[in-house]
Design a protein around this ligand. Sequence first.
Ligand code: KG4
Ligand code: ZN
Length: 345
Amino acid sequence: MRVLGIETSCDETGVAVYDSAQGLLAHALHSQIELHAEYGGVVPELASRDHVRRLLPMIRAVLADAGTPPPQIDGIAYTAGPGLIGALMVGGAVARALAYAWQVPAIGVHHMEGHLLAPMLEAEPPAFPFVALLVSGGHTQLVRVAAIGAYEMLGESLDDAAGEAFDKAAKMLDLGYPGGPEIARLAASGDPARFRFPRPMTDRPGLDFSFSGLKTFTLNTVAAHAATGGLPDAQTRADIACAFQEAVVDTLVIKCNRAIEQTGLRTLVIAGGVSANRLLRERLERKLAARGARVYYARNEFCTDNGAMIAYAGCQRLLHGGGDDLAIRALPRWPMTSLPPLGAA
Ligand code: KG4
Ligand code: ZN
């Protein structure tokens, strides 16, 4: 089965063609970072309009790249949520219209299920069951994954997501967006011994997270070291970035280790934008190797938003009889645990 995947949930237009026998055939991504840069955050209406502009030319280019004329497409997968309503509507409307014109099924994919399954696109994919740490700009969740669609929420953030915390800390240090890679870059020249930031909610049992206190701690540290009316000096900024990254990574590692211990599973999958973080990968690998557990993640470009993960997730569901009616699905809020197990719908 050959599936066209479309991702438009936020500020990235992603398109891909995935073939169940041959793997990923082609993919393309357009990031709107520059479009939103002057506003200091994603402007939803501008995001929707840019998806409108980009999507059809990108679909044409990716189909050509994949050597796949429309009659060879067997189904279309699009991100149906969670995300920005206008942005989701663009991908959904285009996907639904093309599916109708080409007389193939279309399926609305859950964005976080897409992230969760992205490591399946790698040469050595993880095997079920596993624990997944989903860490993106909007979500921080620990999930027990028995199979596609069989998700048990083990813990999640009570406030900010890990990626959101990176983005906000970066803003405090006058760094660009997205903040994760910027913080990681600055942290490389920081002294990890200068500041020690809190590891929220690690001193009590449970697998939930909270990052808003860490955000306040970061803001207070920046303010305490700021020259009058400005920012701290360059070395102090690097030391703060370093302490912040250490605190987030340490917190995530502690909870992942706990989840592996509690479930007795030996496989951890990390997915979503923050899973591109090198320190997080290294620390997790080291900690879990001691337990005989292995860590899996997608290549960097498939950690952040992309069309390939949507094409893959949609293909799995279409192969097992999934497929929606003619309605365009756009669900800004959509709990992943409400998804049907593979083959049930
Ligand atoms: O999954 P994603 O592309 O979009 C959402 O679904 O939210 O995740 C984006 C988030 C941003 O908050 C960004 O700062 C973070 O992932 N991120 C990182 C890194 N690369 C992206 N955070 C830490 N380290 C990175 N290397
Ligand atoms: Zn995402």
